[in-house]
Ligand binder design. Structure first.
Ligand code: ATP
Ligand code: LTN
Length: 334
């Protein structure tokens, strides 16, 4: 608890260009949460180097992501928006938690298996202990809730196991976090293979809408989106393509499936795809404009980076000192 509010933590990696899936599944839902929770949103750049990055590119993407957090509506006065690498407590706690995590547990992580297969030439120890750093992120702020997509549930489960193991030995040190899955847009699928999630690392640019795509590109990608053979706009698992477009349209307009089915009764896929495209353009255009404005304001972004890192550091250090004392590290002499 901070000021009688429950604590919320989440983060995103600054790898690749953010997609509509990232926005509808994560960012958009985050914006509504700061009244209820004390929110920490990190740009998790320490996690990013588990795969090779170009340094200049990583720095640029990290700053863009932080700017995008603000452009999406996260007020930096009400939400703590910061770079993970600016708070050394993440690494320090991660080391300690490494000593309370079993190889067997980490071996079961599906993301590790996937990424190891994809980057067979660089299966580094950081990739293997990625979930421990993620546990440190969450536990450092004593987070009660963690909004993540379904793909991250396994990492949240290991976080809870590590925290419970630690608490069983040393007493109530960590809050045990709960996952928080947003109501809408929980899983936006690829426009080209609608049984696969839309992902920023997809090699086919037509499979994903990027947040910075211009209106023509967005309309073109929807026009080319893979649909189904039934010919009617109906939400059903036998129609993954159309159902995905309905999810997108619903998340962008607030309309229910029933309303959407009624709206497009007797109309063809072409009309529907165009409407979905327009609804996405309407959502992304203001976001892109705010992003462009904010990007010009270097001093403002710098001040957010500085102030929020200080705030994050304050809370992180509080937990870290407690943990260091519990495990038996000598007290600091002032
Ligand atoms: P990568 O392709 O590099 O694995 P990603 O696009 O899957 O990246 P992440 O950085 O893993 O994105 O995720 C950031 C946040 O966005 C997470 O909370 C994740 O659950 C959410 N998210 C990612 N893709 C989708 C999607 N298609 N639909 C809904 N939410 C998503
Ligand atoms: N692993 C997450 C990003 C992430 C995260 C976190 C999410 C790192 N640390 C802490 C929630 C809480 C991902 O790849 N989406």
């Amino acid at each position: 608890m901070i000021d009688n509010k429950k604590v919320l933590f989440s983060g995103m990696q600054a790898t690749g260009n953010l997609t509509l899936g990232n926005y509808l599944g994560a960012l958009k839902n985050w914006v509504t949460l700061c009244d209820e929770y004390e929110c920490f949103y990190s740009v998790v750049d320490l996690h990013s180097i588990t795969v090779r990055q170009d340094p200049a590119e990583l720095r640029k993407r990290a700053r863009n992501l932080l700017t995008l957090y603000i452009a999406a509506g996260l007020d930096p006065e009400k939400n703590c928006l910061y770079y993970q690498s600016h708070v050394s407590g993440h690494c320090e706690l991660s080391w300690i938690l490494n000593c309370f995590t079993y190889m067997g547990e980490l071996n079961r992580m599906t993301q590790f298996k996937d990424k190891a297969a994809k980057h067979a030439d660089n299966i580094n120890a950081g990739l293997f202990t990625y979930p421990v750093l993620m546990a440190a992120d969450i536990l450092l702020y004593q987070a009660d809730v963690v909004p993540v997509g379904k793909d991250q549930l396994q990492h949240l489960e290991i976080t809870r196991d590590i925290a419970q193991r630690f608490n069983a030995i040393y007493g109530d040190v960590f809050t045990i976090p709960e996952p928080y899955i947003g109501k809408s847009g929980a899983k936006i699928m690829s426009l080209q293979e609608p049984t696969k999630k839309m992902s920023k690392s997809d090699e086919n640019p037509n499979a994903s809408i990027y947040l910075m795509d211009d209106p023509d590109t967005i309309m073109r990608k929807f026009k080319r989106a893979v649909t189904d053979s039934e010919g009617c706009v109906r939400y059903h698992e036998s129609q993954p393509g159309i159902s995905n477009l309905m999810d997108i349209y619903g998340a962008c307009t607030g309309k229910t499936y029933a309303e959407i089915e009624k709206e497009f009764e007797g109309k063809g896929y072409g009309d529907f795809k165009a409407a979905v495209g327009e609804s996405v353009v309407d959502v992304l255009k203001p976001l892109q404009d705010r992003f462009a404005d904010l990007s010009k304001n270097k001093d403002y972004i710098d001040s957010v980076i500085k102030n929020n890192a200080e705030k994050a550091n304050y809370f992180a250090t509080k937990t870290l000192r407690k943990v260091q004392k519990k495990v038996g590290f000598p007290e600091r002499i002032r």
